[in-house]
Write a protein that binds this ligand. Structure first.
Ligand SMILES: *Cc1c(COP(=O)(O)O)cnc(C)c1O
Length: 231
């Protein structure tokens, strides 16, 4: 029997493929991150069985409880929430990619914990493109300085940038923010930082992922369209 989750997933994968093709991009250049915050382990298991390969979690405590039940399943886990330095230890032990590094303090805390378990932790820098006070992320102007610093932290591997644009009802209104993230990435590339490839752009959620893909997203973070409205 097809579950609602597997039907949603099939639909989303189709939309992702169409958005990539209409942007002249290869569909497999866009990776779906299924955002499972507040979703029970059993439903996440169903999503993995239906073909989800990457999960995104926002809260360390919540994710730890789910890992106990799901760690043997074939899925990668990404951390997409705000990271407190005192939780860096758990983030490093459980997540393949941390999307939300936005300060030198957080970068150093992750590096320290990764060194302890001899791991090279993949990370993204979260950029606050819109400069909203309430949003996490580092200002665009400070991205290069943070990236230069990260290069010297031996247990970190910088893979790209992430952003959360301000919420608009019309996806077209967020397009400029996605474009700015791509341009920021392109400028950073020109610095030719050693060992940094900057392949990833994490942007786009349920309401705006198609626009994000048109602007170059390689990781789209989608929750509601897969699991339904969160309680
Ligand atoms: C919750 C969340 C998402 C997913 O949002 P949906 O609108 O449910 O797709 C994506 N990214 C981050 C950082 C989130 O916190």
């Amino acid at each position: 029997m097809m579950t609602a989750i597997s039907q949603n997933l099939t639909a989303i994968q189709t939309y992702i493929t169409q958005a990539a093709l209409s942007a002249g991009r290869a569909p497999d250049a866009v990776q779906l991150v299924a955002v499972s915050k507040t979703i029970a382990a059993e439903e996440i298991r169903r999503a993995i069985e239906a073909g989800v390969t990457v999960l995104g979690e926002n809260y360390i405590q919540e994710a730890r409880a789910k890992f106990k039940q799901l760690s043997t399943l074939p899925a990668a886990w990404h951390f997409i929430g705000h990271l407190q330095t005192n939780k860096a230890k758990y983030a490093v032990r459980q997540f393949d990619l941390i999307h939300t590094v936005d300060s030198s303090r957080v970068a150093k805390a992750i590096n320290r914990e990764a060194a302890k378990i001899d791991k090279i932790q993949k990370i993204l820098i979260q950029v606050n493109i819109s400069k909203e006070e309430t949003k996490s992320g580092i200002e665009t102007e400070k991205v290069a300085e943070l990236a230069e610093e990260i290069v010297h932290l031996e247990h970190l591997k910088l893979k790209g940038l992430m952003t959360m644009p301000p919420f608009f009802n019309a996806p077209e209104k967020v397009r400029p923010f996605f474009r700015r993230l791509r341009e920021t990435r392109d400028q950073l590339r020109q610095r030719n930082l050693p060992g940094v490839d900057l392949t990833e752009l994490s942007m786009g959620m349920t309401g705006d992922f198609e626009v994000a893909i048109a602007e170059g997203a390689t990781l789209v973070r989608i929750g509601t369209a897969i699991f339904g409205e969160r309680a």
